[in-house]
Ligand binder design. Structure first.
Ligand SMILES: [Zn+2]
Length: 320
């Protein structure tokens, strides 16, 4: 439970219950503000096609988030990215149940409700589970002959125990199989939660695609039956804004998902791919050319099938 609480707030400073409440209100307010801003797009440009609305909606969403961030800084309230994600799931689910559901088939209704429930469960699991925190022991430093733990990690060939343990720059935690710190889920992604992260990311893409399908069907039925003008304008705008929001989310999440699939196939972590020059095991000096000529080499790449097997069934160290 303490991991869940720390996941919902910035880990560098613990917040009081009152601050957590303000943080939740700020996150909820930001969700409503950004969704209302996106809802203005179809109102201001009613004659535009959906595809043409998308880039405008993207810019409006970005501007709303920047404005919301400036306003929060001005009034001195911090917000939480995981709560922003959580409230967005709840808002879209609410719009589906109260507006879209009556024009959806029972099969699709069962599917989208199950997907939303699974997303909430997965979200809770990733906030509360251990990403693979490596307990720092001073005996490791003495054995590796290093002054501090960060230096010991950089020279992990001296101590196989520290292989692929990296320090998260956001939480300062040492994580085995560290991939990146995910602000949206408020946790590090490491060896123990990487598979859950991939399942959750896939779940988001699937649920948002289903939501887009249901909302598009709802609008099409309203237009074809001629009831679009008699629909509640607030409800209709919320359907369009949550639909545009879902499409924008799916677009970047698919790129992100493809990147992670590539990393799994080649057994490289995002953090290692960016910071390979910091770690000697990734550096291959070309001979007999100058010493400055350094190429990257991934010593963990065992071939695609073995890499995928290692991802699905990692060897978890017992001394963590
Ligand atoms: Zn972290």
């Amino acid at each position: 439970m303490s991991r869940l609480a720390s996941g919902l707030q910035r880990p560098r400073r613990s917040l009081s219950p009152c601050e957590v409440l303000w943080c939740a209100l700020a996150s909820c307010g930001l969700v409503l503000f950004s969704q209302l801003a996106v809802a203005m797009v179809p109102r201001l440009f009613p004659s535009l096609y959906l595809l043409a609305m998308l880039p405008i909606a993207g810019l409006v969403l970005l501007a709303a988030i920047v404005l919301g961030r400036l306003w929060r800084r001005f009034i001195g309230v911090t917000a939480s990215a995981p709560l922003f994600v959580l409230f967005n799931i709840l808002l879209s689910w609410g719009v589906y149940i109260f507006v879209i559901r009556r024009k959806t088939s029972s099969l699709l209704d069962m599917l989208i409700n199950a997907e939303c429930a699974l997303l909430l469960w997965g979200f809770y699991r990733i906030l509360s589970c251990d990403p693979g925190i490596f307990a720092c022991d001073s005996s490791y430093l003495a054995e590796a002959g290093c002054k501090d733990f960060v230096e010991a990690i950089y020279t992990s060939e001296r101590l196989p125990m520290l292989s692929r343990v990296r320090q998260c720059t956001w939480c300062k935690a040492n994580i085995r199989g560290y991939d990146h710190h995910c602000p949206a889920f408020g946790t590090c992604i490491g060896q123990k939660n990487h598979r859950l992260f991939m399942a959750l990311l896939t779940g988001f893409v699937v649920a948002e695609s289903t939501y887009t399908m249901c909302s598009t069907k709802y609008i099409t039925i309203c237009i074809s039956s001629g009831t679009i003008k008699s629909e509640n304008p607030v409800s209709l705008n919320m359907v369009i804004s949550t639909m545009l929001f879902s499409i924008l989310q799916v677009l970047w999440q698919i790129v992100f998902l493809m990147w992670h699939i590539y990393c799994i196939c080649f057994n490289i972590k995002t953090y290692e791919w960016i910071n390979w020059k910091k770690y000697p095991e990734f550096q291959m000096k070309e001979q007999p050319r100058s010493d400055s000529e350094v190429k990257s080499m991934n010593p963990y790449d065992k071939g695609m099938l073995c890499n995928i097997r290692d991802f699905l069934k990692p060897v978890l160290s017992t001394k963590t």
